[in-house]
Design a protein. Structure first.
Length: 202
């Protein structure tokens, strides 16, 4: 049951991103908004709002809330919960994994938060410190780079000209990991993974 929910959730996220940026395939008809909303409703009916907000910063809760924000069905207090979580983690030294940082920033950006000025006082530019100025970004694997790029896009972040990593550099690093045998992408190994490939092309 959990795996089924996660598959549906990933589909909602990827389809939502594709529709938001006008990305469609010449081989497939784009899903309708009503179809996405129906899927989001099915997902959100399985979750308790209070529990979700208490679990902000964990992978299951974050992806639920990303989908909810995308469909404008997020629980009240979502943005504040993420702001407080990011501030707390920042004060404790930041995230150990770029994927965790980027996932939380995707959710915060989807909730309407500013990932370049989390607390509104110019003190926490999480996009800069955790993503494009992170010296480990391009060596942290395809998942980290894809998540980081999505976070920057969701947050509509304009990178400075002297940024340590530009969006083009991140994209080039991702494309360098494309499997020559199939054209797909994978987290590890040589067999293309549909989920990873979908995340890359959207």
């Amino acid at each position: 049951m959990i795996k089924r929910i996660l598959r549906i959730l990933l589909s909602v996220i990827m389809c939502g991103v594709a529709l938001a940026f006008g990305i469609t395939s010449v081989y497939a008809k784009a899903p309708t908004t009503s179809a996405l909303e129906k899927t989001a409703d099915e997902i959100l009916q399985t979750a308790d709002a209070k529990t979700l907000l208490e679990d902000v910063g964990t992978s299951p809760a974050d992806w639920y809330l990303v989908a909810a924000c995308g469909m404008e069905k997020a629980p009240e207090g979502t943005r504040e919960a993420y702001r407080n979580t990011i501030k707390s983690v920042y004060e404790d030294g930041g995230y150990g994994k770029i994927t965790d940082a980027a996932r939380v920033l995707i959710a915060y950006g989807m909730s309407g938060g500013d990932i370049t000025d989390v607390t509104g006082d110019g003190k926490i530019n999480a996009a800069r410190e955790w993503l494009y100025e992170n010296p480990k970004l391009l060596s942290s694997g395809i998942n980290a780079m894809v998540f980081a790029l999505q976070a920057l896009d969701v947050g509509a972040v304009e990178l400075p000209k002297d940024a340590l990593h530009t969006k083009k550099e991140i994209i080039d690093a991702i494309l360098a990991l494309q499997l020559t045998s199939s054209g797909g992408f994978t987290l590890a190994g040589t067999v293309p993974d549909p989920d990873m490939t979908a995340m890359v092309i959207t």
